[in-house]
Design a protein around this ligand. Structure first.
Ligand code: NAG
Ligand code: NAG
Ligand code: NAG
Length: 368
């Protein structure tokens, strides 16, 4: 297996939704001539108003005997049979479910010609269910961008009666509930006609989809409009089309109530009082949102003297009563066998996407 693929498989557990793998793959492909969707492509002279009439989708499916089917907002197709999509225009970008980038790109190919661009997906399966989109790229000199007025999407369901739920690599997924935004339990289906319900495991109960608070969207899953601590727990979805009901993977819903802000930091030295020859641990702790990364930078008295120290950084999720979950990120700086140069100010600088916070403490020698 290629290294980037192995990396992706590992990363996908952590960053399923932010497209990290696509970026990784794109960087890797940067040297190749193949055009990746979303990436900048080679400029071509712009022909304005090419393609169909305004408002009509330029995204079509090629059927047998050279017939074309203009794709609407959603389409249901049988799995197994290769799919060819075309988009009219000389300069076209594509996007497709992230899953295809991460796992099995050899089944997917994109080719461009002067008049249209073609996306070919061989042996599609339930897992390929998702939005397929193409758009016209317009260029002004060297700057190219997506023409949002000529962007078309069709959500394709690969309806598989053995896989009513779109398979996922994550068997036990964490869904964070926040008071200020809707939460999604991502049990998508491969058959838009399936009847889907949401169930709590313990105590066993069904969460009713009602128009205001909990809705089901087959392209997303269950959407909880106003998540609250009462929605926490382990859930699964159940789908019925024809035949026996099927059960989805499990979802752990966790309630999070941490304001988005620069890191909230505390700094502690252990032991509290030291003398020459002692060992010391200085611990810098940040509490924050579960998915937000925090970085640490240390400044300490022996730094200019290249004093060897050890730094150990880690994080874990902490349940802070009433089921509120925060991420505790920690960096521990260890100095062994304290010397004169080691006494003084220890400073921990922490950073998250919202800003940075610096804390400091003075360590003095209790027996000079
Ligand atoms: C919708 O469901 C929620 C949670 O199950 C419930 O509290 C609420 O009363 C329901 N609303 C309506 C209009 O049925
Ligand atoms: C510092 O932390 C390490 C790792 O947790 C531990 O093994 C060591 O005993 C600690 N030292 C002191 C002085 O607390
Ligand atoms: C540590 O000591 C220095 C020098 O006395 C002082 O300037 C600094 O403000 C102190 N820092 C803290 C965090 O108390």
């Amino acid at each position: 297996m290629k290294l980037w693929l192995v990396l992706c498989l590992a990363l996908i557990w952590v960053e399923l939704h932010n497209g990290a793998c696509q970026q990784l793959k794109r960087r890797k492909d940067a040297g190749e001539s193949r055009v990746r969707p979303g990436g900048r492509r080679v400029k071509r002279p712009l022909k304005p108003k090419e393609g169909g009439a305004k408002g009509q989708s330029l995204l079509t499916q090629v059927l047998d005997k050279g017939r074309f089917l203009r794709l609407g907002p959603s389409t249901a197709l049988p799995p197994g049979r290769s799919v060819e999509l075309r988009c009219k225009g000389s300069s076209i970008g594509w996007s497709y479910p992230a899953y295809l980038d991460a796992y099995s790109d050899s089944r997917l190919s994109v080719k461009h010609s002067d008049k249209y661009s073609q996306l070919l997906l061989t042996a599609p399966s339930a897992a390929d269910t998702g939005p397929y989109s193409c758009w016209v790229i317009v260029c002004d000199g060297t700057e190219c961008e997506k023409d949002h007025d000529r962007s078309y999407v069709s959500y394709i369901y690969f309806t598989d009666k053995d896989n009513l739920f779109v398979p996922s690599a994550i068997h036990f997924e964490i869904v964070y509930l926040r008071p200020d935004r809707p939460a999604v339990v991502p049990c998508r289906v491969t058959d838009p006609q399936a009847k889907v319900s949401l169930h709590r495991e313990v105590p066993p109960e069904e969460l009713n989809a009602n128009e205001t608070l909990v809705t089901y969207d087959p392209t997303k899953g269950f959407v909880l409009q106003n998540p609250s601590p009462e929605h926490q727990g382990v859930f699964y979805c159940k789908a019925v089309a024809r035949g026996t009901p099927q059960i989805s993977n499990k979802f752990h819903l966790l309630y999070v109530e941490v304001p988005v802000s620069p890191p909230f930091v505390s700094l502690e030295a252990f032991p509290g009082s030291v003398r020459g020859g002692d060992d010391i641990n200085v611990t810098c702790t940040v509490l924050g949102e579960p998915e937000v990364d925090v970085s640490f930078l240390w400044f300490y008295p022996g730094q200019d003297h290249h004093r060897p120290v050890r730094v150990h950084t880690s994080w874990r999720l902490v349940n802070r009563g009433k089921g509120h979950v925060t991420r505790q990120s920690q960096s521990v700086l260890t100095v062994e066998d304290m010397e004169t140069i080691d006494f003084g100010e220890y400073m921990c600088k922490t950073k998250n996407p919202q800003g940075e916070t610096i804390v400091a403490t003075n360590i003095s020698n209790i027996s000079p």
